[in-house]
Design a protein around this ligand. Structure first.
Ligand SMILES: *Cc1c(COP(=O)(O)O)cnc(C)c1O
Length: 362
């Protein structure tokens, strides 16, 4: 077996024990003689997995009783549309915070449904190099909600503290940093996160929604797109992506076995300190465009002195078993995605490579 270190932004690397377990259990799940891929979503074997995935989320995030946990399809992109369909009534507006590509996509979907409004931006001279501070925001106290992207997978920025929005609920796209540390869920009206970054394979979006908001939401929405209907049916209104939820359950067990969300925070901070430390040590060769307080612990972006050197960097890294280091096509440069499953020893190997690359080519 020759596995490489995969810095892909998503679908991204999964914990090796989780993959090995899936392999072990593939043909015969839990003595049933059939695989999890073949079990009915209404059967006892799958039900136990479904409930355990929910209870692990409740414990690890943690999720208070005021909030519901849903498993939905359609990705985070589906949520861009569903949020305004359910929570943006006619005559009301919603505030959106602009921190780059994903926020803009969310805004564009809301525009189809109602009247979103930009309440602040992280753009400086055309570039998304920070997240706005509280003082940069112009919030509307009458807004239906405030939407933000907690971690910007492409720009490499992240909210380390969340704005105070008064009584207006925060809706957060946490697709690329969900469970990187414990969250105070009581501060949010709704959280959504596509699984393929920090939680498992693609195919499921975890949603955590305040129950009173679900009750007050629009009912002029087809049922399959209605959060309250999904909640009433325990996310089993139709066939669930059973194997993906099984994989998410296994990743959550792995998080728990490894000390839970607080331990993930320590692990992620350690990796971020190593990598940003290495970039800053070689200032002039490696350059991170993101302002220090907004730097993401999940997606680290940086540039080299020339595009040629960046190409050489990617090729040399790949030759040493480190792949998918290319920045997003819209920003260029290098991007290292290091979600929970990425270990500190992999980042140590990367920074070792970066030091010698800078020495040879600087
Ligand atoms: C990946 C990503 C998305 C898009 O997710 P899909 O599952 O492809 O719809 C949205 N928002 C953020 C922050 C992301 O990282």
């Amino acid at each position: 077996m020759s596995r490489v270190i995969n810095f892909s932004p998503g679908p991204s690397t999964l914990p090796l024990p989780v993959l090995e377990r899936a392999q072990r259990e593939l043909l015969d799940f839990d003595g049933s003689g059939i695989s999890m891929l073949e079990h009915s979503h209404r059967g006892a074997k799958y039900s136990a997995v479904h409930e355990e995935a929910k209870s692990l989320l409740k414990e690890l995030v943690p999720v208070p009783d005021t909030h519901e946990i849903l498993f939905m399809q359609g990705g985070a992109t589906g949520q861009f549309a569903l949020v305004p369909m359910n929570f943006l009534p006619a005559g009301k507006s919603a505030d959106y915070i602009n921190t780059g590509s994903w926020s803009k996509k969310a805004f564009a979907e809301a525009e189809i449904v109602g009247e979103p409004r930009w309440a602040g931006t992280g753009q400086v001279d055309g570039k998304f190099i920070r997240v706005p501070k509280q003082s940069d925001l112009e919030l509307d106290s009458g807004a239906a909600y405030v939407h933000l992207t907690s971690n910007n997978t492409i720009a490499g920025t992240q909210f380390h503290t969340f704005p105070d929005t008064g009584s207006v609920p925060i809706v957060a796209d946490m697709s690329s940093d969900f469970l990187w540390r414990p969250i105070d869920v009581s501060r949010f009206g709704l959280i959504y996160a596509g699984a393929q970054k920090n939680l498992g394979p693609a195919g499921i979006t975890v949603v955590i929604a305040r129950k009173d908001l679900l009750e007050a939401a629009s009912t002029k929405v087809p049922k399959i797109f209605r959060y309250s209907f999904i909640a009433e049916n325990n996310s089993l209104q139709n066939t669930a992506p059973t194997f993906t939820i099984y994989m998410v359950r296994n990743v959550l067990q792995w998080v728990k076995e490894n000390g839970g969300a607080s331990a993930m925070e320590t692990r992620n901070q350690k990796k971020a300190n190593m990598l940003y430390g290495c970039i800053d040590e070689h200032e002039g060769f490696y350059r991170c465009p993101v302002e220090r307080e907004s730097r993401s612990v999940m997606n680290v972006v940086f540039t080299l002195p020339s595009e040629e050197l960046e190409k050489k960097f990617m090729a040399d890294a790949a030759a040493e078993g480190m792949v998918n280091t290319k920045g997003h096509r819209s920003v260029g440069g290098i991007r290292i995605s290091m979600y929970n499953a990425m270990g500190p020893q992999e980042i140590e190997k990367l920074t070792g490579f970066m030091k010698s690359f800078a020495q040879k080519n600087g």
